[in-house]
Design a binder for this molecule. Structure first.
Ligand SMILES: Cc1cc2nc3c(=O)[nH]c(=O)nc-3n(C[C@H](O)[C@H](O)[C@H](O)COP(=O)(O)O)c2cc1C
Length: 677
């Protein structure tokens, strides 16, 4: 440890001249946000005054107040920017900024998160980088591009990139002789703090405008009425709507390994607000934790005497000049409705993802909350550079939860007022609508949208004996009809809307598993219009009798052909599939086989059927089709795209594989929509 710092101390970074850094992120599921905060901690240790924020909460003009900026963004959709960058990105692209050199003094770097199974790998980060350079900004450190398909995921690129960035910051922005970086074993101050609103008496208003006796009534209700299920009370989530669950049915047979549910929701919209939705729209469901898990954490951490007391919010400002004074709580920390005061138990039930897999940042912080030297040592070991495999084996591989990890380290005691800094916020989970748009009913200016979703409840068998369930899966599994929820509705790609002439184009749809949901919605939507183009659907699932969803529906659509691939059913000898990728023959053996072919060999997958029906695919490809690929991420979309390229060559739409790839990438030839997870 550095002589300037003492163990057990919380060290404030020093204020050194204009040594400042803003780290802005764009994130859909939290990965970029996590990395942005990690970079923030690294820079704070080098005594940078830092602001970490999502792009949309940050004013473009404020960028120039910082000596350095780092952008961290994932790519979503089909090469798109994440939703929480929309405003920032729109501002940045304003035409009047062209040729102004308005970011001439900005020095930036950028780290992108992406998945190379998508055609537009890391496009958001690339687009952002190009635009920043166009506006005169200059790079102070090379860009990094993380790839989820890599063996150690994003970390395999991110960790070495972060190490190099740190070294370059120290070299190019040296600290004064008397100042040393804050070592990793010294704790930094918390970003958010909580305190008990102890001065309030019953009936008195607290800072949030709530009243204490409301809380007492609520507590009584939620402890008596729930039979172990998450409480029915709602938190106030901006931009969401009230919905009533009308049915929750299992659609896979009892003996099948996976419990897949169809949920029917009636979503109510306020007067005169017609929802924007179409096939490809998603419903966002906000899961809650179970009372027994919440109680177990409260007991484990010794929070019993504070858990049900109303809280007040306090924070340590990050910078004296920060105009982010409203940032006293993490983004997306939604509070209870009707001004009811919030307790720690509420936060643990509605907000904090205590069942998530512990991230590196969480484990690093735990070191400061145990006095046991062996625990400290083990925690440090888990996050040591070079020990990524050990960390993965302990956390992600067995899908260990935060609660389980805390049980493994019994001396850890997290002070309750630190929880917002350690435990991630629960994010809503998106489910594609599986029904088409004829389901909107309007009465007296009020709309009710009838929404159906197909949810595969995830359960993992790992080396930990107890089966693991996803947070949302567990929540949905026991959700009973009549329950009121708050849900979000996310709009879809414009070209999927049958309101425009796109429905006349053919549809080549490739889906696996529950990836069929948005395709079913699209087919139902298109069928409402006369002159809808033909549909060729390749559908991959395990078995005809277990997970061939909507199999009874397809006969309703006359202009449609369904080609199923049942990967676990006995193979029909009549169904001879091409053994070799066609592209090898078509190209005279010039192209090497894709690595994905290893996984295809001797299987009955959608990509084999695409090759088998190459001529039909080619015929539709000549008519500017919509091509949809929905289902499992990873090798499926790569193999499917390769098979579509082969079909283009075999059916003489193009001459070579290279031309086929160019054909597929050109929106003049087709509209591509991919949704994989
Ligand atoms: C629906 C969806 C669409 C995606 N589209 C792309 C894409 O077009 N290009 C890409 O490189 N990665 C794509 N990805 C991968 C994400 O960028 C990657 O999972 C990233 O780690 C997510 O980070 P976030 O949690 O910060 O959003 C997509 C992921 C999802 C779930």
């Amino acid at each position: 440890m550095d002589a300037a710092y003492e163990e057990g101390q919380v060290a404030q970074p020093l204020s050194i001249g204009d040594r400042s850094m803003v780290i802005l992120y764009g994130s859909e599921t939290g990965n970029s946000e996590e990395i942005a905060h990690e970079l923030g901690k690294m820079a704070e240790r080098l005594h940078f005054r830092i602001v970490v924020d999502e792009m949309d909460s940050f004013k473009l003009t404020d960028l120039l107040r910082f000596s350095l900026a780092i952008f961290v963004t994932s790519t979503t959709g089909q090469g798109d920017m994440p939703k929480n960058t929309t405003k920032f990105w729109r501002n940045l692209r304003r035409e009047k900024l062209n040729n102004t050199n308005c970011l001439g003094t900005l020095k930036f770097s950028i780290f992108g998160l992406g998945d190379s199974s998508y055609q537009k790998f890391n496009w958001a980060a690339r687009k952002l980088r190009v635009r920043l350079l166009q506006l005169g900004a200059s790079k102070f450190f090379k860009a990094g591009e993380g790839d989820e398909r890599h063996n150690d995921g994003i970390d395999s690129i991110y960790l070495p990139w972060q190490q190099e960035l740190r070294a370059s910051l120290l070299a190019d922005y040296p600290l004064p002789d008397s100042v040393t970086p804050i070592p990793d074993d010294i704790q930094l101050p918390p970003r958010y703090t909580l305190r008990l609103a102890t001065s309030m008496r019953s009936g008195e208003k607290n800072e949030e405008g709530g009243i204490i006796n409301v809380l007492e009534n609520h507590l009584e209700k939620s402890t008596t009425s729930n039979q172990g299920l998450p409480p029915p009370d709602l938190v106030s989530i901006p931009g969401t709507f009230l919905a009533t669950l009308s049915e929750n049915v299992r659609v896979t047979p009892q003996g099948h390994w996976q419990d897949v549910r169809k949920l029917f929701l009636e979503v109510r919209f306020p007067p005169n607000l017609a929802p924007r939705y179409a096939a490809g729209s998603c419903v966002t469901v906000y899961p809650k934790n179970y009372p027994e898990d919440v109680q177990s954490l409260i007991e484990l951490m010794g929070w019993g005497d504070v858990a049900d007391k109303p809280l007040a919010w306090g924070y340590e400002p990050e910078t004296a000049e920060s105009d982010h004074a409203s940032d006293i709580r993490p983004k997306r920390l939604y509070l209870r409705e009707n001004g009811t005061p919030t307790t720690l138990r509420d936060l643990l039930t509605h907000n904090l993802d205590i069942m998530s897999i512990p991230k590196r940042h969480f484990i690093k912080e735990l070191v400061f909350f145990t006095q046991d030297p062996r625990e400290k040592e083990r925690l440090k070991e888990l996050t040591l550079a070079g020990n990524e495999q050990d960390l993965y084996d302990y956390t992600s591989r067995p899908r260990r939860t935060i609660i389980e990890m805390l049980r493994d380290f019994p001396c850890v005691r997290i002070p309750f007022n630190w929880v917002l800094n350690l435990i991630p916020i629960i994010r809503g989970r998106d489910f594609s609508l599986c029904n088409g748009g004829a389901s909107l009913e309007g009465k007296g200016g009020e709309y009710t949208l009838h929404v159906e979703i197909l949810a595969a409840l995830v359960e993992f068998q790992t080396i930990i004996r107890k089966p693991r369930e996803g947070l949302c899966s567990r929540y949905l599994k026991h959700l009973s009809p009549g329950t009121t929820l708050r849900v979000g509705i996310k709009p879809a790609e414009k070209f999927l809307s049958p309101e425009n002439s796109q429905h006349q184009h053919p549809l080549i749809a490739i889906a696996t598993g529950t990836g069929i949901a948005p395709i079913h919605a699209l087919i139902e939507d298109r069928a409402r219009f006369s002159g809808a183009g033909p549909v060729l659907l390749f559908y991959g699932c395990r078995s005809k009798d277990a997970d061939f969803y909507f199999s009874n529906d397809w006969a309703r659509y006359p202009n449609m052909r369904v080609v199923p691939a049942f990967s676990r059913d006995p193979f029909d000898p009549a169904d001879v599939l091409p053994a070799e990728p066609n592209r090898l023959k078509a190209d005279g053996g010039l192209d090497l086989p894709e690595p994905a072919y290893d996984y295809d060999v001797n299987k009955n997958y959608v990509q084999h059927h695409i090759r088998k029906h190459a001529n039909e695919v080619g015929e539709l490809m000549r008519q500017h089709p919509i091509v949809c690929i929905c289902g499992n991420a990873g090798k499926m979309p790569v193999s499917v795209r390769a098979a579509l390229c082969d079909a283009l060559v075999v059916s003489n739409v193009v001459g070579t594989s290279k031309e086929a790839e160019r054909f597929m990438a050109d929106p003049k030839n087709l509209s591509m929509w991919q949704e994989v997870w």
